[in-house]
Design a binder for this molecule. Structure first.
Ligand code: 13P
Length: 346
């Protein structure tokens, strides 16, 4: 029996659950392993991810799906079980990162466009056979430093929105739910209001392209940034301010047909990412305005920093690593319904 795109999308944002983004490219996972002095060998990458996926029962309780990298979707655990099987046994859905990374956008001032459309139809067919039921494509939108308003350019926003929609249509043809991820970066000294404006323009362009390219919104998931202050902005928005701006921005841009929105953590600390998600869901519940989408998480760093640090490449630390991952998964599961509080962290 094949499951409809809408059913898969709904399952990805089931109440109190979110996604684990474990799709670091070989280059990115090396950077993460460098921070704990572990060599990025294929076996170490496998052992680390196997540790996360075997974290029961927290995976079952709080993780609806796992985004994998090409290497991982083909890997087997130490005992020969495919990693995708371990994910499925935990009641979670395997997904796959299919973009080929953000590359220089020609004739721009250092902006990026995400590549990976060539041959994508055939790759999606193979990933479906390997068990993937959703995919991810990340576009990167930078914000100019020192008040430079020419970045992002309309050119960059539209080139990325166009590619996201091309990808999304191909996914749906293959029976795979596209996660559309237009990430407005936190890097820089801009304030939260500027993040609001850029995110609003980006989402407007994205939903226009998705419409023009005949993508069925019911079978998509949006993975955006929250509306936060730039990392080096002297004033940092509080969780309540983040919640207010984020919901307002989506109310103006994200159609009600979209089943769910899962945030990236984007360099926020793990506690900030949880506190902000919680504030967003509390405001959603308290508000008289209708916010029709589930609002959950698809965190990479905010779910993995603690377990990575507890594990440190040592098999003797697997239980400690799993305990750290289970804690963050549960905290974010609670934040996805607005039921988290800071005391739960101690
Ligand atoms: P972070 O949560 O670390 O930003 O990663 C999420 C992700 O998948 C970015 O594409």
């Amino acid at each position: 029996m094949t499951t409809s795109l809408q059913d898969i999308a709904q399952a990805m944002v089931a109440q109190g659950k979110g996604l684990l983004a474990a799709d670091e490219s070989t280059g990115t996972i090396k950077k993460r392993f460098d921070t704990i002095d572990v060599d990025s060998t294929e076996e170490n990458r496998r052992d680390y991810r196997e540790m996360l996926f075997r974290t029961t029962p927290a995976m079952k309780e709080a993780i609806s799906g796992v985004i994998l990298f090409d290497e991982t979707i083909r890997q087997k655990a130490a005992d020969g079980t495919p990693l995708t099987q371990i994910i499925q046994d935990a009641g979670s859905i395997p997904g796959i990162k299919v973009d080929m990374g953000a590359k220089d956008l020609p004739r721009s001032h250092g902006e990026k466009v995400t590549e990976g459309l060539d041959g994508l139809r055939a790759r999606l067919r193979e990933y479906y056979e390997l068990g993937a039921r959703f995919a991810k494509w990340r576009a990167v939108i930078d914000i100019g430093r020192g008040g430079n308003r020419s970045v992002p350019s309309a050119y960059c926003i539209h080139a990325n929105a166009h590619a996201l929609a091309r990808y999304a249509a191909l996914c749906q043809e293959a029976g795979i739910v596209p996660i559309v991820e237009p990430e407005v970066l936190m890097d820089g000294d801009h304030d939260a209001e500027r993040c609001y404006q850029v995110t609003q323009a980006t989402l407007k362009a994205l939903y226009t392209e998705l419409y023009e390219q005949r993508v069925s919104l019911e079978g998509t998931i949006l993975k955006p940034n929250m509306i936060v202050s730039g990392k080096s902005c002297p004033t940092q928005a509080s969780p309540e301010e983040v919640a207010e701006r984020t919901l307002k921005c989506f109310a103006h841009t994200v159609p009600a047909a979209v089943p769910g929105i899962v945030f990236l953590s984007g360099g926020q600390s793990d506690i900030d990412a949880t506190a902000n998600l919680n504030a967003i869901n509390q405001l959603k519940s308290a508000s008289s305005s209708p916010y029709p989408w589930a609002l959950s998480f698809s965190y990479g760093r905010a779910l993995q920093t603690a377990p990575l640090d507890a594990w440190r490449g040592n098999a003797a630390n697997v239980t400690a690593g799993q305990r750290a991952f289970a804690h963050r998964a549960r905290m974010n599961g609670l934040a996805a319904t607005g039921a988290w509080s800071p005391e739960m962290e101690t």
